[in-house]
Ligand binder design. Structure first.
Ligand SMILES: [Zn+2]
Length: 482
């Protein structure tokens, strides 16, 4: 099922304000406030972010989980602790980093220039080009046009570059590190820019945006289409393009073996890029936690979040091994999310919370997968079909009343006074909240501040509270890019 994740790509209306030059922005760490922004956003943000630590890092690995609300993080941590015997150390790899020497944390704002609630294009562009832009923009300013994304700067400095995503590789978050387009929906142009701008490793979904003509124009690429051919190509020199699905890759819970795990893609990218003598910049995105949020689908969210946690562990071990075995402490690692989504929380007391987690862990397919199956059936079979699918794949027997509630939106009826929570996925999510104990506030992104964690050279510049665009300056400074 296609997730309901596309956000408005509308540009801000009204007369544009004068913007400071890019140099001034980078130098001062000040973001742009586009016309149409709220009054409170017009005052110049105080500089609380990174301080120069020029050129200490040879490599940057940027790990981003798209659309992670704190409830998502919390429930994944709980599940990991349960599986690991209950001690705090057995929980989230991300959280366990915080007690290690040299690891810094920050609470980060996420807003866009034209909206208190960001989309992934503006959120990613804040990191990619250091500016607060309008929702839908990929490193493209209304007045100044194209801004330079960090992978272009890194390439100019002689570094290797890479993008890994479980979403389409042309989707907003990977695009925001290399592409420059006014609308995120221009994914065929983003595909061209990714290839023309020389990204060395591209692994993800989105084959539908790479035409045969486009690929024919880049004969130097090794192209792989499934996990086993990716493994066989691991030692082949040159640029690597892995396109494993036409659209987004599968949710981890539904993933067939033909599609690689995000950890495997990330580590293969690191192995290749780290052979480059001038270092590398790599973004790895767990792109579908966001889609699970839009779909109010906690089984989808949980297993993609756990896969991201495994990726954190593998990357952290790679950095530690490099330090121990080769004496190299030259890699800045940043772990964060671009915004919350759906705001899921475990919110029933006592045994119900425990039973909810057990039911969640016993669910063998995502709710999105189940609804995809349902949509393939005649409408008159949906009530019995939903009951059967949920019984078979979630181990839950829905009552007649619950089935009726779940299907209300298909009859044009509302399930919630809040207009952000009325759709088939919201209704199914609300019915499943009685079984998982996990409820969502909406099927939209949320404006909550988010966690940013960093370690390695340059991370000492991370202060306790930053604006999202300040992470760009932190990376640029750490790498000594101009
Ligand atoms: Zn989204």
């Amino acid at each position: 099922m296609q997730p309901e994740h596309e956000q408005s790509t509308r540009r801000p209306r009204g007369r544009p304000e004068r913007h400071p030059s890019r140099r001034a922005v980078l130098g001062a760490g000040v973001g742009l406030l586009a016309a149409g922004g709220l009054a409170s956003a017009r005052s110049q943000p105080e500089r609380t972010g990174p301080k120069p630590s020029a050129g200490k890092a040879k490599n940057v690995i940027f790990l981003v989980v798209d659309g992670m609300s704190i409830g998502t993080f919390t429930i994944a941590d709980m599940v990991m602790r349960e599986r690991g015997g209950g001690s705090p150390e057995s929980g989230s790899h991300w959280a366990n980093l915080w007690s290690k020497p040299g690891v810094r944390r920050s609470m980060m704002s996420t807003r866009a220039a034209d909206s208190l609630v960001t989309d992934s294009a503006a959120g990613g562009s804040a990191w990619g080009c250091g500016r607060r832009l309008y929702n839908g923009s990929i490193c493209f300013d209304t007045n100044e046009g194209e801004l330079e994304p960090i992978l272009v700067s890194a390439k100019r400095a002689g570094k290797a570059t890479g993008l890994v995503s479980t979403a389409r590789i042309t989707h907003a978050t990977p695009a925001s590190f290399v592409a420059t387009v006014p609308r995120r929906s221009m994914e065929k142009i983003i595909a061209e820019q990714e290839l023309e701008r020389g990204v060395d490793v591209l692994l993800g979904g989105g084959a539908g945006n790479f035409s045969d003509d486009l690929l024919a124009g880049h004969p130097d690429l090794t192209i792989v289409r499934d996990a086993s051919s990716m493994r066989r190509a691991a030692g082949v020199e040159g640029r690597l393009l892995g396109l494993f699905t036409d659209d987004h890759m599968s949710y981890e819970l539904d993933r067939p073996d033909t599609e690689p795990h995000i950890r495997e893609m990330a580590m293969l990218a690191i192995e290749r890029l780290s052979k480059h003598e001038n270092g590398f910049v790599l973004q790895v995105e767990a792109g579908r936690v966001d889609h699970g949020g839009h779909a109010n689908d906690f089984p989808a969210i949980l297993h993609d979040q756990l896969a991201f946690e495994e990726t954190i562990e593998a990357v952290t071990n790679w950095v530690a091994d490099r330090k121990r075995e080769e004496g190299l402490d030259d890699t800045l690692v940043i772990i964060t999310t671009d915004h919350g989504n759906g705001g899921p929380q475990l919110t029933l007391y006592g045994d119900e919370a425990r039973r909810g987690l057990d039911t969640l862990l016993g669910t063998t397919h995502t709710l999105s997968w189940m609804l995809g199956q349902l949509r393939g059936r005649p409408r008159e079979d949906w009530a019995s079909g939903l009951r059967d699918l949920v019984r078979e794949h979630a181990g839950v027997t829905l009552s007649d009343e619950q089935v009726d509630w779940a299907l209300k939106p298909t009859r044009g009826e509302r399930v919630d006074p809040f207009r952000g929570a009325n759709s088939l996925v919201s209704a199914v999510g609300k019915v499943m909240a009685d079984h998982y104990g996990i409820a969502f506030v909406s099927k939209n992104h949320t404006a909550e501040h988010v966690e940013a964690t960093a370690f390695g050279p340059g991370s000492e510049s991370l202060t306790h509270r930053i604006e999202n665009y300040e992470l760009h300056a932190l990376m640029v400074n750490a790498l000594g890019l101009t």
